[in-house]
Design a protein around this ligand. Structure first.
Ligand SMILES: Nc1ncnc2c1ncn2[C@@H]1O[C@H](COP(=O)(O)OP(=O)(O)OP(=O)(O)O)[C@@H](O)[C@H]1O
Ligand SMILES: [Mg+2]
Length: 263
């Protein structure tokens, strides 16, 4: 359903700051797959998500969603198919607007401009139902400004908004990393439930090895702009968090050795 063919992306080409962020990335993801993505800082995880969302195009390579070649589609056009949630809870919602206004806007994702986004009685009823499932009491605060919510509450709202109009793909970039452990756990459970209930195809970047193995059905490890491990099925099921941490550490060690050799 998602296909990335031989994607290369270099930032600041020819400059001292040149970074080869993606180096011939290949990836195939089936409809309904929930994939977790790990890898050290700078491995290219966010760049891969940005490429899928259309923030920029690859220098070389193609991106397919279903049977459409979307490589040159701009971000706003892909928004019909893709929802994103970021690490920063402030990014997914507008703080100066109320909860119901934010949700009314989210209901228009991917539509042309010109449609009104006023809050209707029917809309309000749907929003209340969606929020009740969270168990955070937000259904009674529809007219509160979102800036008054905690980071976790705001991230829960962002997730509900991201799936209010069912996307074909949900991209999560360390979306629980800024939350306290309890809230991170709640947001993880909510994520798992939303992906399952809406049968979404999802990619979730995380630095939490436990989360990487326990959520979804497949785990990718990225390193230097490539996918160097693709764990699924039996192999993944047998892997413990400790095994994964060790794999991660050995790759980092190899990278450090390479750097020492080069210097
Ligand atoms: N817009 C950009 N302009 C210039 N360089 C960029 C840009 N986006 C990413 N990079 C660089 O590309 C490399 C890969 O970055 P990316 O954000 O994909 O890493 P990541 O795997 O998401 O890391 P982290 O775990 O720290 O979030 C990094 O060296 C980063 O500095
Ligand atoms: Mg990142």
């Amino acid at each position: 359903m998602i296909k990335i063919n031989q994607a290369y992306k270099t930032f600041n080409r020819g400059d001292v700051n040149e970074v080869r962020a993606l180096r011939g990335l290949n990836l195939n993801i089936d409809e309904g797959e929930f994939v977790t993505v790990i890898g050290s800082n700078g491995a290219g995880k966010s760049t891969m998500l940005n490429l899928l969302a259309g923030v920029f195009a690859p220098d070389i390579g193609e991106i397919w969603i279903g049977d459409r070649n979307v490589t040159r589609w701009p971000e706003h056009q892909r928004a019909k198919l893709i929802s994103r949630v970021f690490q920063d809870p402030l990014k997914g919602t507008a703080g100066s607007m109320t909860i119901e206004e934010n949700m009314a806007m989210a209901r228009l994702r991917g539509q042309r401009r010109g449609f009104g986004w006023g809050v209707t009685q029917a809309g309000r009823k749907q929003f209340r139902q969606e929020l009740t499932q969270l168990g955070l009491g937000l259904e009674d605060r529809l007219t509160s400004k979102v800036s008054l919510l905690s980071g976790g509450q705001r991230q829960a709202l962002t997730l509900i908004m991201a799936t209010l109009v069912k996307p074909r793909i949900l991209l999560l970039d360390e979306h629980t990393a800024a939350l306290d452990p309890g809230m991170a756990q709640q947001i993880s459970s909510l994520t798992a439930r939303l992906v399952r209930d809406h049968n979404l195809t999802a990619l979730m970047v995380t630095h939490n090895m436990q989360q990487a193995l326990s959520m979804g059905s497949r785990t990718l490890m990225m390193h230097k702009g490539e996918i160097i491990l693709d764990l699924q099925g039996e192999e993944r099921a047998r892997l413990t968090v400790n095994d994964l941490v060790q794999k991660f550490a050995s790759i980092r060690k190899d990278a450090l050795d390479d750097e020492l050799l080069l210097s």
